[in-house]
Design a protein around this ligand. Structure first.
Ligand SMILES: *[C@@H]1O[C@H](CO)[C@@H](O)[C@H](O)[C@H]1NC(C)=O
Ligand SMILES: *[C@@H]1O[C@H](CO)[C@@H](O)[C@H](O)[C@H]1NC(C)=O
Length: 309
């Protein structure tokens, strides 16, 4: 489902600088969540980034991001050019056996789709806001950032970090935001949807091969506005969040041919008229822009916010 192309790349040195100061800091992303959202359970995708083991084990390799071919980031909702990107023949071919997009008619029990779940690996963690804010996050400060994280600019990690910063610097609208801490993500999402919100992420019991999954249940969420936060590869947890209107979010229960169960979060877009006519979804589903609602499921690292009824 995440269509990840390895190699997962790693670097050894999100240095002890951060690890040490993190441990002793009173300010706490989890406490902030509880104070702003006392009645909103934390989704797994958030919890996974709060207590990463590497924080305690200074010898553990710190992984930074994955070299991912990610449909959401690269084709449909790239920051700054949302829905503008078209798909190449290569991309269409590469994903020919995956159900990436589907029609709203198929958002129902019994529908079968070809999916693969790759377990989200803990590769970075949220930094408490005061620490995140004290670290530069701008293209012009890349030399200092590289120095701080002991990354060489020409390495894969260096290039990826640069790309993530560039994505975040693209002029966007008020509906988009790059959050460099959980606290910022909470502030952005609640500024768009209010404080009565649900936060959800896709959960799967096991990693799977590409296989047929059947929908065994669908639950429609309230509201027509959704805030979606996509994890970007970086030395610590950075999310590109955006508010989308004219959408419906769903919780989708799935069961794979091998018995693996998953609870996925999905969304249907009701207005696709502004999308690039060459968008992957139109080519894969052979439909015209703006005619029918188009749906997709989220990967395990995306966080989806909806209003609570
Ligand atoms: C899709 O599946 C077919 C049949 O199993 C296989 O021959 C083909 O190589 C697959 N496509 C890709 C891009 O993996
Ligand atoms: C997950 O996969 C492992 C290895 O294939 C297996 O031993 C385990 O039982 C699976 N867990 C679940 C919950 O299916």
């Amino acid at each position: 489902m995440e269509f990840r192309i390895t190699p997962i790349f790693t670097f050894l040195s999100l240095a002890l600088v951060l690890v040490t100061s993190f441990a002793s800091l009173p300010s706490d992303p989890e406490a902030y969540w509880k104070s702003v959202l006392p009645n909103t359970p934390m989704p797994k995708a958030v919890k996974d980034l709060l207590h990463p083991e590497w924080m305690e084990d200074k010898n553990t390799v710190v992984k930074v991001g994955k070299d991912a071919v990610d449909i959401d980031h690269d084709l449909s909702v790239a920051p700054g050019n949302a829905y503008e990107a078209g798909a190449t023949m290569d991309q269409l071919h590469q994903l020919e056996n995956f159900t990436v997009y589907f029609l709203e008619n198929d958002m129902k029990e019994g529908t079968k789709m070809n999916l693969q779940f790759t377990k989200a690996t803990i590769e970075s963690a949220f930094l408490p806001r005061p620490i995140a804010e004290s670290i530069p996050f701008a293209s012009k400060e890349l030399p200092e950032i590289f120095k701080k994280f002991l990354v060489t600019p020409k390495s894969v990690e260096g290039k990826t970090m640069k790309k993530t910063i560039k994505k975040c610097e693209k002029p966007g609208t008020k509906a988009e935001y790059c959050a460099t801490s959980l606290e910022e993500m909470i502030d952005f999402s609640t500024s768009k949807l209010g404080k009565r919100v649900k936060a959800m992420s896709t959960e799967v019991e096991n990693e799977t091969q590409l296989q047929k999954f059947s929908i065994t249940g669908v639950k429609k969420m309230a509201g027509e506005e959704t805030v979606v936060c996509h994890k970007l590869p970086y030395a610590y947890a950075v999310f590109y969040c955006h508010k989308i209107s004219n959408t419906k979010a769903y919780k989708v229960s799935l069961e794979g041919a091998d018995g693996t169960k998953a609870k996925a979060v999905g969304v249907c877009h009701f207005d696709t008229s502004a999308w690039n006519p060459k968008h992957f979804a139109f080519q894969a589903l052979k439909v015209e822009p703006g005619i029918v609602p188009i749906c997709h499921l989220f990967g395990e690292e995306d966080i989806v916010w909806v209003p609570k009824v």
